[in-house]
Design a protein around this ligand. Sequence first.
Ligand SMILES: Cc1ncc(COP(=O)(O)O)c(C=O)c1O
Length: 370
Amino acid sequence: MPVPLLDLKAQFRAIRDEVMPALTAAIEAQQFIMGPAVGELEAAVAALCGTREAIACASGTDALLIPLKVLLAPGDEVITSPFTFFATAGAIANAGGRPVFVDIDPATFNLDPVQVEAAITPRTRAIVPVHLYGQMAAMERLLPLAERHGLAIVEDGAQAIGARRRIDGAWRVAGGLGTVGAFSFFPSKNLGAWGDGGMMVTQDAALGERLRKLRVHGGAKQYFHEEIGTNSRLDTLQAVVLKAKLPHLADWSARRRAHARFYNEALAGLRGITPPVTDPANEHIFHQYTIRSDRRDELVAWLKQRGIGCAVYYPKPLHLQPCFAPLGYREGQFPVTERAAREVVSLPVYPELTGEQRDAVVGAIREFVR
Ligand SMILES: Cc1ncc(COP(=O)(O)O)c(C=O)c1O
């Protein structure tokens, strides 16, 4: 039985009757730029994250880039993970900063706070933790470091909208802990638009006001510009889609967790296969369900041959990307990251996955191991 890695058509079938009338109404209103749905979505995301401000923008990349431009002076060092999507470090560099990579925790694939601390220099200005695959980084250890050294934290929550972490006995939501949190609404994300989209969240009202200006060319009033911003608005139509989808997010993430529990049990003890580890402090949203395999490339080929969707996020660590060669990193410098890049493979975990499909995924992996 073929199983896609992601089935957005199945999601569309389930929500079509909710989204299409709202979309038609927005089209009839013809207010495509900054229509009412944009502000309504912002309010809903701020409520989800427990932040004062939420500012919609054109992509997750911009949700990182715009705040980093505010926070960084040219050449400032920004500590981040080499095991993430390119945009994390690309945004740092495009904002004028210098990405400083440190190795990850082997269990969670997230930034290792001990290595973050060791990398802080007088030029460090910010930390960009990535909540990879949908579970949060150890924010309770990064926040005191940032506080002590006067650093900003920009949370890359692109893969983690609605993920939570228990800190000092209370649930804290991804994006709501740092100076700014960034989200992506790329269609494959847990909350995906029908095109590109992003959101910045912050507790800082003054910073929020600046970000709001910078996404429309740096002026609060049309044709008057205090700063040089850009055009990074979220389309009204995307906001309509996202607003209709948002009430489903918690249920979709719970279904992803249920699939993950099933896989964890079914794959436990299989030789050469390591299921993912959820930090007990985290409520994971399983944007990806990512296993390790000691014969990863063979496993990928095997699954593909049998029509089982899978993907490697990410095969080449960022410190080894040609564009970052001027930073002077070399192979072998971040062994945990480099090993992860050789071993990881993500399996289908989308909410609409059926029992039969899950069995087919597990069956194919069991056969491979045999
Ligand atoms: C970790 C991470 N950061 C940043 C981004 C950038 O988001 P976007 O594709 O919406 O620009 C993505 C998603 O693509 C991502 O997965």
